[in-house]
Design a protein. Sequence first.
Length: 95
Amino acid sequence: MRVLILSLLIAVSVASISSAQSPAPVVVPAMTPAVTAKSPATADGATNSPQGALKTLQALKAANDEILKQQAATLVKLDEIEKAANEIRIYTKRG
């Protein structure tokens, strides 16, 4: 009886493995780069002159300063979250 059950289980598993097919490959088209708007300094071709380059660099510096401010604010928030998590750990160990 055990031999019959074992042979049936083996036959079913071999049949299920042999009939299984691999899924069809999924083709995802490549993402096209987004069209970026030109800054006013580059729109009129002013980057050829030193003043145009200076304006472009000042605009980039202002954008970088804004990003740095956002990152600093995020770091402050993360520090507050870390302090709160440490307090919770301390309180859970006491209780």
